[in-house]
Design a protein around this ligand. Structure first.
Ligand code: 5CA
Ligand code: ZN
Length: 416
């Protein structure tokens, strides 16, 4: 599937430090760089289910992993980035039926809107952007391997995966079985279905239902389960032991646990990913922003209202990616003012010394993507630069604005 156009990313005159990231599996900060093969830094970020427009929660996730992508590039690594699109799944089919349009048309329309949103936010596109539908042969291949390992079984017309097949099951989320049992039904699981060997076993192939799209497979007509889709796409494009799997914290369990379990069942020599990184949830009006609750702030709606996408991006950067926070209009208006003030400082050309702020921005991002710390460093530079002629005269750096503007773009994705 076609991704979106890449923004220009300026090269920096200095090399950024190695990146440390909080790994959900180890519950600790770990250095993330080359993958198991040692050829490049590889990233898989779970993509959208395209039944509605991109909201701020999605934007926050993709901007977060864009910071990681940029941090790796600035550290001199080559990055291999893959992302999926869940372009066939229950919520998409349900929405298409509700609004009486073809599910393919709905998906294509929302994917196109997502591309425009990502371009506006200057998110570097994945080299491999892959839909679930186009990956069905890969999914079938992976299920065959799981079948050969004795890890799948039928319940009526559907096929399930046995979580007992993966010795490392639970290692990604670190959740207790009680926690898993509580969360599983809230996130698409069906613990109570009769015939399952373990209530937590996930569906890998859903037999055809009347009125739903289906594809041929050795287990009859049907469509892929959700977790097997990301396991198959990530393995195909990034291999076993790729560097980081990312997504929102709502994907810690079951989604990322099950992806890892599928992959590790057929190849236990390497973990599915070397580290798992999760963003906090963005809320609005007191609840997690979600399509099902309808409390959404869309990137496209703000773009249509002529709001500066760089101000939207700055609102996201002002929150640490691991925190949960609430979107408010005030945050956006404040970021619009800040972007204006920063542009004013950058337009001066000369300013307070640039070298320390460039170093601090790169260090902050390499330190578990600490964007608020990077933003504070830029703000201090702007304040020093605009803060009165006496101050400027003392510290004047003729070339400061060009250098600061470069690091803002290369590390933070802010082109001002
Ligand atoms: N297609 C699957 C992943 S394979 C999916 O979860 N799609 S999604 O459209 O529901 O979400 C896309 C990404 O945005 C996921 O990484 C999800 O964790 C993240 N996300 C969804 N809602 C929020 C939110 N309110 N705050 C932060 N991130 C969110
Ligand atoms: Zn996924």
């Amino acid at each position: 599937m076609r991704a979106w156009s890449a923004p220009d990313v300026p090269a920096l005159p200095v090399t950024a430090p190695a990146v440390r990231l909080f790994d959900t599996a180890r519950q600790d900060l770990v250095e993330v760089g080359l993958d198991a093969v040692g050829s490049n830094a590889s990233l898989y970020v779970c993509g959208i289910t395209p039944y509605d427009a991109t909201h701020m929660g999605h934007a926050n996730t993709y901007v977060t992993f864009d910071l990681l992508h940029r941090a790796w590039l600035n550290a001199g690594l080559t990055v291999n980035y893959a992302q999926n699109v869940t372009d066939v799944d229950d919520p998409l089919l349900e929405r298409a039926t509700k609004v009486k349009i073809d599910w393919r048309e709905l998906a294509e329309r929302e994917i196109e809107l997502f591309r425009k949103d990502m371009e506006a936010l200057r998110v570097i596109p994945p080299a491999n952007y892959t839909g679930a539908v186009e990956s069905i042969p890969l999914v079938i291949e992976l299920i065959k391997q799981l079948e050969a390992a004795g890890a799948v079984y039928k319940v009526e017309e559907d096929l399930y995966f046995s979580i007992s097949a993966d010795d490392a099951f639970g290692g990604e989320s670190q959740y207790s079985r009680e926690q898993m049992l509580e969360i599983f039904p809230e996130r698409g699981g069906d613990p109570d279905r009769p015939g399952k060997k373990d209530p937590l076993d996930p569906l890998v192939w859903r037999g055809e239902r009347p009125g739903e799209p289906s594809w041929d497979s050795p287990w009859g007509k049907g469509r892929p389960g959700w977790h097997i889709e990301c396991a198959a796409i990530a393995r195909e494009h990034l291999g076993a032991g790729f560097t980081v799997q990312g997504g929102g914290s709502d994907l810690i369990f079951p989604h990322h646990e099950m992806c890892a379990a599928h992959a590790q069942t057929i190849d236990s020599s390497a973990p599915f990913a070397q580290a798992y990184a999760h963003c906090g949830m963005v809320g609005y009006l007191g609840e997690k922003m979600s399509k099902s609750k309808g409390n959404l702030v869309f990137v496209s709606a703000l773009r249509n209202a002529e709001l500066d996408p760089m101000a939207i991006r700055l609102v996201l950067l002002r929150h640490h990616y691991r925190s949960d926070w609430e979107w408010t209009d005030e945050l956006l208006f404040d970021a619009v003012d800040t972007v204006g003030q920063w542009r004013k400082a950058l337009a001066l050309g000369a300013g307070a010394p640039a070298e320390p702020v460039v170093a601090e921005v790169l260090a902050a991002i390499a330190d578990d993507l600490d964007a608020p710390r990077a933003v504070a460093a830029v703000q201090a530079w702007v304040d020093a630069t605009l803060g009165g002629s006496g101050h400027l005269a003392q510290h004047s750096d003729e070339d400061a604005a060009a250098q600061v503007s470069k690091v803002l773009d290369a590390a933070l994705g802010l082109s001002l």
